[in-house]
Each structure stands twice: as structure tokens, then as C-alpha cells.
Design a protein around this ligand. Sequence first.
Ligand SMILES: Cc1cc2nc3c(=O)[nH]c(=O)nc-3n(C[C@H](O)[C@H](O)[C@H](O)COP(=O)(O)OP(=O)(O)OC[C@H]3O[C@@H](n4cnc5c(N)ncnc54)[C@H](O)[C@@H]3O)c2cc1C
Length: 727
Amino acid sequence: MAFQKAVKGTILVGGGALASVLGLSQFAHYRRKQVNLAYVQAAECVSEPVNREPPSREAQLLSLQNTAEFDILVIGGGATGCGCALDAVTRGLKTALVERDDFSSGTSSRSTKLIHGGVRYLQKAIMKLDIEQYRMVKEALHERANLLEIAPHLSAPLPIMLPVYKWWQLPYYWVGIKLYDLVAGSNCLKSSYVLSKSRALEHFPMLQKDKLVGAIVYYDGQHNDARMNLAIALTAARYGAATANYMEVVSLLKKTDPHTGKERVSGARCKDVLTGQEFDVRAKCVINATGPFTDTVRKMDDKNAAAICQPSAGVHIVMPGYYSPESMGLLDPATSDGRVIFFLPWQKMTIAGTTDTPTDITHHPIPSEEDINFILNEVRNYLSCDVEVRRGDVLAAWSGIRPLVTDPKSADTQSISRNHVVDISESGLITIAGGKWTTYRSMAEDTINAAIKTHNLKAGPSRTVGLFLQGGKDWSPTLYIRLVQDYGLESEVAQHLAATYGDKAFEVAKMASVTGKRWPIVGVRLVSEFPYIEAEVKYGIKEYACTAVDMISRRTRLAFLNVQAAEEALPRIVELMGRELNWDDYKKEEELETARKFLYYEMGYKSRSEQLTDRSEISLLPSDIDRYKKRFHKFDADQKGFITIVDVQRVLESINVQMDENTLHEILNEVDLNKNGQVELNEFLQLMSAIQKGRVSGSRLAILMKTAEENLDRRVPIPVDRSCGGL
Ligand SMILES: Cc1cc2nc3c(=O)[nH]c(=O)nc-3n(C[C@H](O)[C@H](O)[C@H](O)COP(=O)(O)OP(=O)(O)OC[C@H]3O[C@@H](n4cnc5c(N)ncnc54)[C@H](O)[C@@H]3O)c2cc1C
């Protein structure tokens, strides 16, 4: 630690040399991360983790089962629950955490991915002179700085543009945003600034130009939410917390307090969802951190407990990266229905959202077509009419449930608390609910403070400010270069590994298999257009991935980025997981089926394929129909009325294009609506009609057939007199 601190001090003073090595922008980012040295110092009193690697899930289950009594048992493995476990264990408390599904499978993997104070809340604080709202923003801005510092590999500052279309808005927004910087104080990431119309268009060329006056750019943080959640869980496990996913609390245990004669919560009956085995976990204090399921657990404690959670669903859509600049987001401060919509670059794609609709509580929220179209329409309002915003460009969509809460102790039971609520029941159950991702750490600190006080636990103050999360400690902006040089990974893959695993990326690289090519030497991709490699599947199991869904959605983020690509990667992922976890054929089939259903319902595949399978009408001009029929018959040379894989192979061979059979099957399968192994003329015309209407995009078959047709047409025999050939 002392050495690390000394090195950091040197960087602050002698930044010139480092700046020239890293390049100015990277240096600015790196230097910013060094500014708040107070955080690092605060964490220095925490002892080193007890485990070099997190123990296996089996070892964690044994620990849960065999520990006579924990100090703290946390229910829920989202950001809030994992934050509580980390706060408790680093104070020296004997800590356990159980999560019914996977870590971050709930709301915490479905957020907008912003680490923010909330510019909008600040506006409200000022307009309504609301001190509580102001304090909330101030606290969130402090937490924003801390999170960027403790997990630098998983987070980064992001400039966000606020386009201005009316002159009077310019000073109004400018003052608001400057106040945001001011409230952040020393935690300000970078100063906001005003852009002229032409400079705004330079940064964001796809922006709607008409009536644009200029723009204001401010900074917030952005992160990989599910990976961040996992990093918190893994860090807690390394410090000694017994954490297990797929362990559901089915009821609470109670015992009578000998002093008061009252019933006290003393643990929970847990069920291993993967095996069905049940056992009791005993603890002095039980914390309910179940997000939208807050009231379900509260009712396990007291069946008459009043409901405090008002669930509201928020949908996001993912579009190709070219819809937004690579490193600038956009904020629409007043959508047609008065909400805020963000339009942000994320993992080389663009995410847009969110909606806010009252909902029932469910484990499996589904994005509706209505919500997807609402977001698309809002996006259309902001983008230039040169950019055709097509329904077919929605590559994935998901819905998350906000656990908004009312304070049960508040006189006004109708008002939703803007902050988080820590509630202590008669029997000592502690509930932490509400808040936001950004403030998970301070929420956890408040909760553990309450736990210590209520249950007379022996522990010191919170130590999580400045405490590095797994992978963050030895990460540096140039770490990926060592991955390329030492292991022979592609630069894009190395950057992805460094940004996902931080200093643990070397362990993933060590597991990477040889490609057999001259370059890259190692790192076989799971799908060609994403930098995820097969070694991540093997490593993901060490990070407690138990199912194929865990792997496609929270170890890798494929399902969130492109459902079709995730579906294509699934068979290989299941094969690799099967090898590691000894799955038989039946289990593999079951995993495939469950993961496909997950993609279909929860990740927007259903909506996407419904665009294609909508057989309502083929609306093409007669001239277009003739043109497409001609193209079709280039492949269906013997006029059977359908195309098979053999037809496509024959045409590709004649124009010297090589394509492996699996890829060809996938390409045909996308269009083969009735799944009979062939594409009929009608299916082809339907596809072309959907493409014209923008409902479908990026159809590989359509592009391949068009290209092949152009190649075939170009190959007219050259007359001998022009070829200069022949004797
Ligand atoms: C659409 C949307 C966008 C958002 N965007 C942002 C943003 O950009 N920035 C930001 O700061 N915040 C954002 N938020 C808020 C933030 O995501 C949430 O506040 C946060 O993720 C809540 O975390 P949690 O741990 O409380 O809940 P969850 O992540 O839902 O975790 C609760 C966990 O409890 C588990 N559980 C439930 N019952 C049991 C049981 N009986 N036994 C064991 N486990 C159980 C569940 O499986 C679940 O994993 C957003 C929220 C939404 C909905």
C-alpha cells in the first residue's frame, strides 16, 4: 500500500512524462483518477482480502451451512445487497449473502448505466428550494467520484450533450449545468462548456440541425452495471463473505428474545434453486435488500406489513453504434410526455431510454412493442432527417423495475421517497430500499450502521470509500498493451478484457486458446463482431456463472447488445460450460432452451422476430417485385420456388466466395419463417418489404443475395476483340 501511495504521489507531481507516454486525453483521465487521494488513504486501514481468489460456490454453500451464526445475512445480490455485504465484511463482521437468481439479474443489470448526481433532481432542488433534493444530488456526486476511482476499469467519465433549440434556453440550461459542476466541487469530473451550433454538429453530426441554436456539454460517469455488481460481490467474497447466487430465501427464522420476550428475526430458510436442497442460515441481523421484492420479504416477517414499494418499469433499446458519436451521449430533457431520455454510446453500441410505467412485480419483465416505439419516436425527434431511424435497427431491448419506495414511518404514505429508506421492523428485520445505483455504497453504509446499532454488533466505521473493487487496484489505461504484447491478443480483444476484468485480465488471457492463425495468436472469438472470447466462458464459471443465461447476459453482455449474436453464440457457450460443469446432453438442451426463451421474451428477440414474421402484407411496387423475383431466381436457378443452402453455396462458389456451412445455415435460418429448411419466394418478398419499411435491417441473406447478383451481372463474357486474347 505504502509503495502504491508513493507511486501515485509521484504521478501527481511529475505528470509531464506520463502525459507524453499516455497521450493527453488518457493522461487527463488518469490524472483525474489520482486527484482524490483521500479515498485511497481512507481505505488503507482495511486489512488485505483473506482470499486471493473468491472461493468456489460449493465452498460458499458449505460455509453458509456450517457457520453456527453470522453477524449479518443479506438477502438480495443486486448492487444494494452486494454493497451491504462488502461494507459489513470489511468492518470485520461475519457476513453472508444469498441471491435467488444470479448476482445482478434484477434491476441492477438493466439500468441506463449512468453514474450520476442527476441534473434533473438539481433543477427540482433549485426550482422548489428543496434542501433534501439538493443533499441527495450532493451525496450522489460524491459517490460518483468514489465509484469512478474504485473501479476505474469498469467506469469512465462520459460527456453528455444537451442540444438547445431556443435561444432563451441557453442561459437557463447553462446556469443549471454550471451549478451541477459547482455542487460537485472537487468531485467535478470535468467542467461543462457551451458549444456553438457548428461545433455541436461537429461533435454530433447526426443531430437534427433545424432550429438548433447550440449545445451544452456536461460530464457524468458511465459503467458496465452487471460487471460492476459482480465486482462488488467478488470483492466481498475475497474479504471473506459467504456469498451464493441461486440461493432463495423461502422464509425467515425467528426466536424469542429472552430479555423482552418478543420474537426476533434470527436467520432464514434458504433453498438452493439449482438442486432443491434447503437449509437454515442463522444470523444476528437479517438485511432485506431485494429491490422490487422488498415487500415480499417484509411480509415474510410480518404478514400485515404495509406495502412500501411502488414498482415502475423502464425500457431501454440498443441500436448500432453509428447512431451516436463514439464518446458523447445526448440528453433529451423534455420528451413529448415530459420525461428525460438518454441516448448514449455504450460498449460500441447506442442505448436509448428509458420509459417509466407502473407495473406488476415480476422476475422476468418484458419490453413491450409500445415502449420500444415510444423510444424510437423520441430518438427520431432529435436526429437529422438524413438518418432513417428504423425499427429493424433495434438489436436488443430490455425492461427493468425501479424499486421506488414510500417511507413507512412517514406521515404522508402516498409520497414516494426521493432518497433511500432504511426501515427496522419490530422483530429487527432491516430493509434497505429505493435510492439508485450510483449511491449503492452510501446506502450500504447507512444500512450497516443501522444494523450495528440495532443489534449491538461490534464493528468499526465503514471502510468502503476508496476500497478498490476486484480488478481495479492494478489497472492502468495502458494495461491492454501488455495483453497484446505478452499474449498475442488482438488489440480490440485486449482492450475489452482490460475494461472488463481490470488487473484480472491476465488470468483470462492465460486461459485463451490458440487461434491457429499468424495473428492473433490466442483468443478465439465467440461471435465475429464482438470481442468476447471463449476463455471468458471458462473464467466466467470461476466468477459464479451457473447457467448459459448468466454467461450471455452478465459475464459477457452479449444479450444486452445484440440478441441475434447472443443466440448464435449460445451453442458454443453451452458446449464450453458443459465441459467445465459436466453437463449431459439433456442438461445442455435444457440450458439452450431456457437461454433462447430468455432472449425471446426478456431481451426483445420476440419483438424483433415479430417484425419479420408479420405476414400482414407485402407492400412492394410491381417493379420492385419483378426486380426481387429476378434476384431470387438467380439462386433458384431451376425455378423450384424456394432456395436451399445448396443453391446459396452454388452461387457463392461461382463468384469465388467462401463461407462455412454453419454460417450459411444461420443466414438462411434468419429468414426461414416456417423453419422448413428453405426460403420460399414469399418469405423472400416479405423480407424485402420489411426492409423497405425499415422494420428489418442488417439481413445477411438480403445483403448477400444483392452482392451476389451484382457480381454475377458483372461477369458477362468479354468479347474476344476486347480481351486481346485468342490467336
Ligand atoms: C430503467 C432503469 C434505469 C436506471 N438507471 C439508473 C442509472 O443510470 N443510474 C443509477 O444510479 N440508477 C439507475 N437506476 C436505479 C438502479 O438501477 C436501482 O436503484 C438499483 O439497481 C437497485 O438495486 P437493488 O440491489 O436494490 O435491486 P435489484 O438489482 O433488483 O436486486 C434485488 C435482488 O434481490 C433478489 N431477491 C429477491 N427476492 C429474493 C429472495 N427471496 N431470496 C434471495 N434473493 C432475492 C433478486 O433476485 C434481485 O437480484 C435505474 C433503474 C431502472 C429501472
